[in-house]
Design a protein. Structure first.
Length: 138
């Protein structure tokens, strides 16, 4: 099964080709673990949201697997079970320093690398050799 964004379709050609869905197929089940539309390996993701943003982030259901726990300091820990890390990475990055990935470590590293690349892009001072090696490795 493939998913296409309707607004990206440039040419459509009607053919006689047919596809039969399996009898047990349900779209809701197919999409259950996707944060948006991507399908990949399943991950349990934990993100801490700062006390200053907890109210706004916590009042919305971002994903059906979402579990929210309020901490004593007013921050939130949000847990998701999602297919793939790319879309959840983008979601985390939208909150800037108000969100911190607690797990998995792989997602923390991906977010850190993206932020390092962004920092290098806007840097007005020389960047360390180690950071340059890391950015090129991505």
């Amino acid at each position: 099964m493939r998913i296409f964004f309707q607004d990206r379709v440039k040419i459509l050609k009607v053919t006689d080709e047919r596809f039969t869905l399996p009898k047990d197929f349900t779209f809701d089940e197919f999409m259950r673990n996707s944060f948006k539309v991507m399908h990949d390996e399943l991950y349990t993701v934990k993100v801490r949201i700062s006390p200053g943003w907890a109210r706004w982030v916590g009042e919305k259901i971002w994903h059906e697997s979402q579990r929210v726990k309020k901490s004593g300091d007013g921050s939130l820990e949000i847990n998701f079970r999602v297919a793939g890390l790319d879309e959840i990475k983008r979601w985390v990055l939208t909150f800037g320093p108000e969100a911190f990935v607690l797990g998995p470590q792989k997602l923390r590293e991906i977010v850190r690398r993206d932020l390092s690349r962004n920092l290098a892009q806007y840097s007005t001072t020389p960047i360390s050799i180690n950071l340059m090696k890391e950015i090129r490795a991505v």
